[in-house]
Design a protein around this ligand. Structure first.
Ligand code: NAI
Length: 462
């Protein structure tokens, strides 16, 4: 007799969702977590705290830039950094305690400590060994390192350190113009830092539809962020309170140095499996160091599954959650699945940037005939009233069948708007299906409908 039907290692969005679903499906479930609180990177040092800072700094930006024109007079608020940190912490606490409550409610045991898997069926935590018919590895990811750059979490920080700086830095240099660098760069730019982003490529946000990426960079430049593009960071050197960042321009190999009070290293993340013992298990890994799984999230070792950032695919909390749910269902003998072609991505800057499905670049590369429907938020009444006219919706549909293939939005509430397109894509809808669906007026979502109309006979308000 095993102690458990399932032991999940890691309580991030993948792990805790898998644990709750396993328990709901009648499986005796435990989740091992070594942190003091549940929720993994996302709730403790990722998505949730960064969103609190993004929200607070956006409020400041609104007060500074738009209040007067809306007829709201008075002294502009100023930054009380310790209080903003407290607000961020209370957001984390509410969410992590929420998971603890859900574990109790669903009778999921929380085994506190760091787990090792000595063999299939056994999980060692400290001096205790627990047995389980099934094990799910959901141990997430950690920031990648960069040669020559030593992260001390004080002057040179990863995303974790960037969320709890002692003060708002005067100068912030961000290495890497990906999601983390731009979200946190935006926060500090709004709070008054001079932010310079150094990026290896000649465009920001790799993988994003190029037209949206260009517009996004223009918007960020308008907001005060500076970009040094085509620049490979070579090293950082720190003194007691400052850093020097050396980079080489790819076009001519010339070397340059910039000074910074704080440096954020955000050049990607890698799977986290420290101490887990996967090497000794002889588990098959991908070339990129992820755990290889089949379409049921089974690893090469019978009885061991893996989900989330430790396996292939975008390192996104919601992708891990869906895998957690589907994997639990597979273990329970049901038919859980994840549609990897409909996974939205969102960057929570202001305006937000959201995408799902194909980009124009991936469609061109595959040779598929497509059409484009675009609609600017300048033509959307609600956006204009709310000073949110910057940005547009770009819908991509199959040229012959009109089936929606992808959608890219830069604009207000893009991260929420994208989901009607996700639902439409799940159901194999055409752009016309979406265009013929009545959208309430005045809402931002009318811009999505108009982009769908633009795939056919044309948008109305453009
Ligand atoms: P990223 O992979 O998104 O971007 C890293 C950037 O660094 C790339 O543009 C790359 O060209 C650049 N780079 C690499 N080496 C460099 C060098 N030596 N010098 C200059 N630039 C260099 O990585 P990021 O932003 O760290 O995010 C990691 C993961 O976390 C991503 O998979 C992302 O999806 C996920 N994430 C998602 C969020 C969201 O969905 N809102 C929020 C935060 C993280």
């Amino acid at each position: 007799m095993s102690d458990y039907d399932v032991i999940i290692i890691g309580s991030g969005p993948g792990g805790y969702v898998a644990a709750i679903r396993c328990a709901q499906l009648g499986l005796k479930t435990a989740c091992v977590e070594g942190r003091e609180t549940l929720g993994g990177t996302c709730l403790n040092v990722g998505c949730i705290p960064s969103k609190a800072l993004l929200h607070a700094s956006h409020m400041l930006h609104e007060a500074e830039h738009n209040f007067a024109e809306m007829g709201l007079k008075g002294k502009s608020p100023s930054v009380d950094w310790p209080q903003m940190q407290k607000y961020k912490q209370s957001t984390i606490d509410t969410n992590t305690k929420g998971i603890e409550f859900l574990f109790k409610k669903n009778k999921v045991d929380w085994i506190k400590g760091w787990a090792t898997i000595p063999e299939a069926g056994r999980v060692k935590v400290g001096d205790d060994t627990h047995t389980a018919k099934n094990i799910i590895i959901a141990t997430g990811s950690e920031p990648s390192s960069l040669k020559g750059v030593e992260v001390d979490e004080k002057i040179v920080v990863s995303s974790t350190g960037a969320l709890e700086l002692g003060k708002v830095p005067k100068n912030l240099v961000v290495i890497g113009a990906g999601v983390i660098g731009l979200e946190l760069g935006s926060v500090y730019a709004r709070l008054g830092s001079e932010v310079t982003v150094v990026e290896y490529l000649d465009h920001i946000t790799p993988g994003m539809d190029a037209e949206i990426s260009k517009q996004f960079q223009k918007t960020l430049v308008k907001q005060g962020l500076k970009f040094i593009m085509g620049a490979a960071v070579q090293k950082t050197e720190t003194t007691k309170s400052k850093a020097k960042v050396t980079y080489k321009l790819r076009k001519d190999d010339s070397e340059h140095v910039i000074d910074a009070d704080t440096v954020l290293l955000s050049t990607g993340r890698r799977p986290f499996m420290d101490g887990l013992g996967v090497d000794a298990l002889d588990m098959v890994m991908t070339d990129r160091g992820q755990i290889q799984v089949n379409d049921k999230w089974q690893t090469s070792v019978k009885g061991i599954y893996a989900i989330g950032d430790v396996i292939e695919g975008p390192m996104l909390a919601h992708k891990a959650e869906d895998e957690g749910m589907a994997c639990a269902e597979q273990i329970a003998g049901k038919h859980g699945h994840v549609n990897y072609s409909v996974i939205p991505g969102v960057i929570y800057t202001h305006p937000e940037v959201a995408n799902v499905g194909e980009t124009e670049e991936t469609l061109k590369a595959s040779g598929r005939a497509y059409k484009v429907g675009k609609f600017s938020f300048m033509g959307n009444a609600r956006a204009k009233a709310n000073f949110s006219g910057d940005g547009f919706v770009k819908m991509l549909a199959d040229k012959e069948t009109d089936r929606i293939l992808g959608c890219h939005i830069i604009g207000p509430m893009a991260g929420d708007l994208i989901h009607e397109v996700c639902v439409a894509m799940e159901f194999g809808a055409s752009a016309q299906d979406l265009a013929m669906t009545c959208h309430a007026h005045p809402t931002y979502s009318e811009a999505v409908k108009e982009a769908a109309l633009a795939c056919g006979d044309g948008a109305i308000h453009m």
